[in-house]
Design a binder for this molecule. Sequence first.
Ligand code: BT5
Length: 259
Amino acid sequence: MVEDSLSPASITDKLETRFIGQRVIYHPRVTSTNELAKQEAQRGAVGGTVVIADEQTAGRGRLKRVWLSPKGSLALSIILYPGVVYLPSLIMVASLSVAHSIEAVTGLKPQLRWPNDVLVNGRKVSGILIENNVQGSIVNYTIIGIGVNVNLKLSDFPGILPAATSLSDELGRDVSRLALIRCLLVEMEKLYLALPTGGSIYQEWRDSLITLGRRVHIKSGEVDCKGIAESVASDGSLLLRHPDGSLTKIVAGDVTLCD
Ligand code: BT5
């Protein structure tokens, strides 16, 4: 059993980043790290501040859904103040940094499912919730919330089976949450700082999506349809080809693979 301390000092010690993770606010138990991060951002927290907890009692998914994060999982939120043009790229930064760090620390090969899921062997191991506070073209703040099922026995949580998995269930052993978070923060900063150079993040994200080229069932607000997930645009939206040949741009939604 890997017993990690997630104390701020253990996370920031010689952390090779300029700003992401240089300030860490840790609580053993919170409602939602995104909620706390929002309050910190409203008080002007420095960019890159991380709010982390061992356990969330009211973890949130998208559309007011519940995110389970009992002890053993990783729940963190990062406060950023990006330019408005970078907002669509943040899901790419976040999901690729989660995937890269899982691979680096465990050797597992994660896949991405549009729009915000990280999977291992086809099951969800991590979810990402990005919440932006924007006025016109001014971003007051952005919160990137990340949950990872690290050391969880998923059979204890039948409500999210069989669609979910954990790193420990996949590996048959526990994983250091500290190693994972430190790697994640370094990866995230590298990808985030590369955004202005217009690097290859969009291509890498697109190429990592298992969704593309597959027949999918999309639910997005009023839209509930099946088609081929043809591509993603550089703004992160999904291009869905309908059976009649028409194409729809889907900005947000839930995807189930049909076959
Ligand atoms: C997400 O929503 O996947 C975003 C999850 C973000 C969680 C982080 S943890 C830190 C920060 N603080 C927060 O309060 N939230 C963020 P969505 O795509 O809507 O998926 C939610 C759905 O995933 C639920 O309806 C369940 O079906 C399923 N689910 C819930 N808990 C899960 C878990 N631990 N592992 C896998 N699936 C889960």
